[in-house]
Design a protein around this ligand. Structure first.
Ligand SMILES: O=C(O)C1=N[C@H](C(=O)O)C[C@H](O)C1
Length: 291
């Protein structure tokens, strides 16, 4: 079970590879996740936004949890499963399934689309936390349509079983305030602002872009922690051009294209309503690969 003390460093949210028929491609998944976990990452995140969680059904999620547990059997890397949906009952059902299948924690997003009140958001997290498995709360107003206020985040973080927060709020305010108040750990989920967020008190990052150059992200984190701020910054700056391309169109389409180009997964297929990247971005990523 994931503890607060284990929430630091680089958590990698993996993609869910699909074959051209749109079915989960487990062979690619095993090969690619194995390569990711060869790096000493601090956490593996399955079925996050990067894993296209809104289009993965609970049976498929069960398969992903079982496969990931097996891949991690001789590893101490924590396994975090995205179980949050826009419906509290289905979030609880997925959270129970993950808890019963050996997950170390679940990632629960602010319920999207319905635009609940702050009280509704709190009650949603209370139900998820009552399942008993550690919960990492996930604030991402740009996708959810609604975000946590600082007070709401504090209330949720005070709940038993809620162990930390993934912050994609798009501003350093939340992490700065939570860190000032000595709250539970926060991981930055906003790749381009990772370095800045470390400076504001984030304990690490949950970064889709760390699917490639994983070791460099680990190095940046270690250097930052060891006070080698300038070296960390210089390395981070070198990664920014690629990061910008990876978020130029909706995640995970660019990262899937790149992972396919690197031969890590066999297809860049996405499930609708997600569509492949534009020909312009393909050219730009192609030029990055060639350079
Ligand atoms: O998969 C995730 O979880 C992440 N989601 C963010 C998003 O897609 O908006 C980005 C972050 O790098 C990881």
């Amino acid at each position: 079970m994931l503890t607060e003390e284990q929430i630091y460093g680089i958590y990698v949210p993996v993609v869910t590879p699909f074959n051209t028929a749109g079915e989960i491609d487990l062979e690619s998944y095993q090969r690619y996740v194995n390569n990711i976990i060869k790096n000493s990452i601090h956490g593996l995140v399955v079925n996050g936004t990067t894993g296209e969680s809104p289009t993965v059904n609970i049976q498929e999620l069960q398969t992903l949890v079982n496969t990931s547990r097996e891949l991690l059997k001789s590893s101490s890397i924590p396994l975090v499963i995205g179980t949050g949906t826009n419906d509290t009952a289905s979030t609880v059902a997925r959270t129970e399934m993950a808890a019963n299948s050996g997950a170390d924690a679940v990632l629960v997003v602010v319920p999207y689309y319905s635009r609940p009140s702050q009280q509704g958001i709190i009650e949603h997290f209370r139900k998820a936390a009552e399942v008993g498995i550690p919960v990492m709360a996930y604030d991402i107003p740009g996708r959810a349509g609604v975000g946590m206020t600082i007070d709401t985040a504090r209330t949720i973080l005070e709940m038993n079983n809620v162990v930390g927060l993934k912050d994609c709020s798009g501003s350093p305010l939340l992490v700065s305030e939570l860190s000032r108040l000595g709250s539970k750990p926060v991981l930055c989920g906003d790749d381009l602002h990772f370095f800045e967020m470390l400076g504001c008190g984030a304990a690490g990052g949950m970064l889709a872009s760390a699917n490639v150059h994983t070791a460099k992200y680990l190095g940046i984190y270690e250097q930052f922690r060891n006070g080698k701020i300038e070296e960390a910054r210089a390395e981070f700056d070198r990664l920014i051009p690629l990061m910008k391309l990876l978020f130029k169109e909706s995640n995970p389409a660019p990262i899937k294209w790149l992972l396919n180009a690197y031969g890590e997964i066999s297809s860049d297929t996405l499930r609708l309503p997600m569509t492949p990247i534009s020909s312009e971005l393909r050219e730009e990523l192609g030029a990055y690969l060639a350079g």
